[in-house]
Design a protein around this ligand. Structure first.
Ligand code: 0A1
Ligand code: ZN
Length: 881
């Protein structure tokens, strides 16, 4: 397959070669200025392959001077093309010195050194993952070149009072003429993608943390003056994350200072630069007035995630970008465990599985499907995907299930000990985990190499005469691009069997010892199909399968509805209670989509389960809220062909409204009973109750317009953002006469607060109404919307394209046109963001013929545009292939 015009050439994992040259030490001197920054680099290079010429990555750099061992090179001694600096005659070892000029304020791609905010007020910062460092200085910009860095920053003191880079501070002083300098030394060898600097007018808050090894560490969070007051929560999260990683995984911090910086201009969530994490403000700033409960938990998770990278990513890094999941899958898993230990394990698991279904299963079902470890890529920035992150974390979770908590810890200890200070591969990871436990984990490589969501079929049969229960498990994975034939994968299936009274039965497989029987166990399906026979089972049991979602598969089970309903009421695994409810919803949805009246008994069984969760004070309110919240339209459409999003919406709405109507009186009661909450508390228990109260409110407003006064009153009284936004959403959803006034009030109240206005944009962009398209078009010219700001883009056209299937897929094609126009406009500014939006068109072949044709037309229109970025060209090319 050849690349479309504008795309970079494809790289293949099989072509990996160790670097021919290496860099041991790096000295950098920056003369910082938004319009023109001068970067001087001094690299100590070693040559490992005598035949290989010296080739450095260099992009968007104006080269001023090049020296080798002190001698200035003439123009005929090197060549500088679009992205490469070649010095054919160079022989190592040598010292290469370069001086280049770059223009941070013109860098709208937000990779390399760029300006956050305005030229007068903003600050300078870097983003180097994956390949941004080559936009700062010529370098071997690959993750298996690990070097020690010494960095000097020089800048005007008044304009750039704060100067930061990775590592420990190593002096600072005045330069005269109003300028000053600061030096940093990072003792840990690191790849260039972890380099960072920050310079500007920033305020800070500071704490001291003493590690379990006795190191005193300065923790400093930096933000612009108007935001520093919202950093306290993040600081608490950071301290918790550091302590947790010591206790759970024995990992301590390793520098004298840990800096965290917030920016409003960032293409992703945050970045784990060594000792100098940089955060999208969205994932760092939080207080009850300007952030929701979900935001508070996201800050906890992302602060944890970036901090945990210090070991899983930084101390042990990736050999090449094909191994991206090595650091991301493991770190997402660590982040999930952190939040599960600190807040609610069940809630986090439900949220992760919802995300997996919505984002990863759908990615795996279309032309952009790729293995967790891709074997090829054209633009690596396009592989920061749900597959690499979420499915990558699922694989680590499965290994955790199979090895057990202690075994997994032993394995991880060995992995960190073996590879500390080095760049590793997935094979290294599996070998360490396996060696520490005396098992061969190589069959698990298949999970990393094979794309697609496996389907797991489960069917059970009770044999009364032989007093046994036979469970047959079968797996099948459909072909994905480039992988027509799939192998069987090792699939851990956590299981319990319940008797009619809801008691878990002892699980003894035929031939096993009687006293080994546990009440929950993990079956490993490691071939196409297998039958497991449980002994001493006197009655037809209710199987609870895939407990805690023990594998990222699509479960097809023949469990009858009454058994699912029993699980939804009594399963001792909170996740599986919700999962059983979801299975009932999907059956009802299938009936509604087929145009038939949903089965009354099934419907009654489901609403009774949700109702009992609502009534039962012993049920975690967060779980009750989740049971009230049915799967989103994208996830309900999983596995369907010829999707008609309008029909999906109608079928889903019918079930959702039906539930709310059936439970109306219970909802009113529970909503009222939950009324008495501390508005400003954000502890997990209060958050859970607030979540349930707002889920009740949303359901009531769906059931009957007569409940509008509840939402209006909550809007007027709300003292925190969670409640105010929930009320606004309810009013908007029911098209209340006061919705527009409330929208206007909200915008006025939060004017000037970019993060809150982003929520206001998103709420309108995701309203499940075809007219959202016109609303989004109008909001694109709102004064608070800037095309150059990725958060604004994700909040408005992004939310519309990726989270409003009903309006995006409007049958007149206006939704598609709007988004395609937005993508083309963005491509000239921030290609990475444009490419992300374009994934909304990826699943085009799964829609009914009319929409399929309309989507294809937009894809082709975009691809026909001249001067596409490599990022966008890659997504469009793969989508149409
Ligand atoms: N490594 C970061 C995510 C990240 C990736 C790419 C970026 O720019 C192209 C920025 C951030 C993480 O996983 O947190
Ligand atoms: Zn990460």
């Amino acid at each position: 397959m050849s690349e479309p015009a504008g795309a970079k050439p494809t790289r293949f994992l099989r072509d990996y070669r160790a670097p021919a040259w290496r860099i041991d030490d790096v000295e950098l001197v920056f003369d910082l200025d938004a319009a023109a920054t001068i970067v001087q680099a001094r690299l100590s290079l070693r040559q490992d392959d005598a035949a290989a010429p010296l080739e450095l990555d260099a992009e968007a750099l104006e080269l001023l001077e090049l020296r080798i061992d002190g001698r200035v090179l003439g123009a005929d001694e090197f060549s500088l093309a679009a992205d490469r600096l070649v010095v054919p005659g160079a022989r190592g070892p040598l010292v290469l010195e370069s001086r280049v000029r770059i223009a941070p304020e013109r860098n709208t791609a937000l990779q390399g050194l760029y300006l956050s905010g305005t030229r007068e007020q903003g600050f300078l910062l870097t983003q180097c993952e994956a390949e941004g460092f080559r936009r700062i200085t010529p370098f071997l910009d690959r993750s298996d070149v690990l070097a020690r860095y010494r960095v000097t920053l020089r800048a005007d003191r008044a304009r750039y009072p704060v100067l930061l880079a990775n590592g420990n501070a190593d002096g600072a002083g005045e330069l005269g003429d109003g300028r000053h300098w600061a030096r940093f030394v990072d003792p840990h060898p690191k790849p260039s993608y972890l380099f960072a600097l920050v310079a500007g007018r920033l305020e800070s808050i500071e704490r001291t943390f003493v590690t379990a090894e006795g190191r005193r560490v300065r923790l400093v969070i930096h933000a612009e003056a108007d935001a520093i007051g919202r950093c306290g929560w993040a600081m608490q999260c950071l301290e918790q994350a550091m302590r947790w990683d010591e206790e759970r995984f024995g990992r301590c911090y390793d520098l004298d200072a840990f800096h965290v910086v917030a920016t409003h201009d960032f293409t992703m969530g945050a970045m784990e630069n060594k000792g100098l994490n940089i955060f999208n403000a969205k994932y760092l700033l939080a207080d009850p007035a300007s952030a929701t409960d979900d935001d508070h938990r996201h800050v906890l998770a992302v602060v944890g995630h970036e901090y945990f990278h210090n070991w899983s990513g930084n101390r042990v890094t990736c050999r090449d970008w094909f191994q991206l999941c090595l650091k991301e899958g493991l770190t997402v898993y660590r982040e999930q465990e952190f939040e599960s230990d600190l807040a609610s394990r069940t809630l986090r698991r439900i949220e992760d599985v919802r995300l997996l279904w919505r984002a990863q299963f759908s990615e795996d079902a279309g032309p952009l499907a790729h293995p967790v470890r891709p074997d090829r890529y054209s633009e690596i920035n396009n592989f920061y995907t749900a597959t690499v992150y979420e499915k990558g974390a699922e694989i680590v979770r499965m290994l955790g299930v199979v090895l057990g908590r202690d075994g997994f810890r032993r394995g991880l200890d060995l992995y960190f000990a073996r590879h500390d200070g080095h760049a590793a591969t997935i094979e290294d990871f599996l070998a360490a985990l396996g060696d520490a436990n005396g098992v061969d984990l190589s069959p698990w490589l298949a999970w990393y190499e094979q794309a697609g969501t496996p389907e797991l079929r489960a069917s059970g049969r009770h044999d009364a005469r032989r007093r046994c229960y036979e469970l047959t498990l079968e797996q099948h994975t459909a072909p994905t691009p480039g992988q027509p034939h799939k192998r069987a994968l090792p699939i851990p299936v956590a299981i319990a069997l319940f008797d009619a009274a809801g008691r878990a039965l002892p699980l003894r497989l035929d031939g096993e010892d009687a006293d080994t029987a546990a009440h929950e166990r993990v079956l490993l399906l490691d071939r196409d199909a297998a039958t497991f026979r449980f002994a001493d089972i006197d009655e037809e049991p209710t199987p609870s399968l895939l407990r805690g979602f023990s594998a990222p598969v699509r479960l097809v089970q023949d469990t009858p509805p009454p058994a699912l309903a029993a699980l939804a009421r009594h399963d001792s695994d909170g996740f599986n209670r919700w999962f059983a409810g979801d299975a009932l919803v999907r059956r009802l949805f299938a009936q509604a989509l087929a145009g038939s009246e949903p089965d009354a008994a099934l419907f009654a069984a489901w609403t009774a389960c949700v109702g009992s969760a609502l009534d039962d004070p012993g049920v975690d309110p967060a779980l009750a809220a989740e049971m009230l919240t049915i799967a989103d339209a994208t996830s309900l459409a999983d596995g369907l062909a010829d999707i008609d999003p309008e029909a999906v919406h109608q079928a889903r709405a019918r079930i959702e409204t039906g539930l709310a109507v059936a439970l109306a009186s219970k909802l009113v009661r529970r909503h009222a009973a939950l009324g008495d909450l501390d508005d400003l508390a954000v502890d997990p228990a209060t958050q859970a109750r607030r979540r349930l109260r707002n889920a009740c409110l949303a359901a009531l407003c769906r059931a009957d317009a007569a409940h509008a006064p509840l939402a209006r009153a909550q809007y007027a009284r709300a003292r925190n953002l969670t409640d105010r936004l929930a009320a606004l959403g309810a009013l908007l959803g029911m098209r209340d006469t006061e919705a527009d006034a409330a929208l206007a009030d909200f915008a006025e109240r939060h004017a000037g607060d970019a993060l809150v206005l982003d929520k206001w944009f998103s709420l309108q962009a995701t309203e499940a109404d075809p007219r959202a398209c016109e609303r989004v078009a109008a909001l694109l010219v709102h004064p608070a919307f800037r095309w150059s700001n990725p958060n604004n883009v994700y909040a408005l056209p992004g939310a519309f394209a990726l989270r409003n299937p009903r309006a995006f897929h409007r049958v007149d094609g206006d939704g598609y046109r709007l988004v395609a126009d937005a993508i083309l406009r963005l491509d000239a500014l921030t290609p990475q963001v444009a490419a992300r939006l374009a994934t909304a068109f990826g699943a085009w072949r799964r829609y009914e013929p009319l929409r399929r044709a309309l989507m294809r037309r937009e894809l082709e229109r975009m691809l026909g545009r001249e001067r596409l970025s490599p990022d966008l060209a890659d997504i469009l090319g793969r989508s149409l292939a």
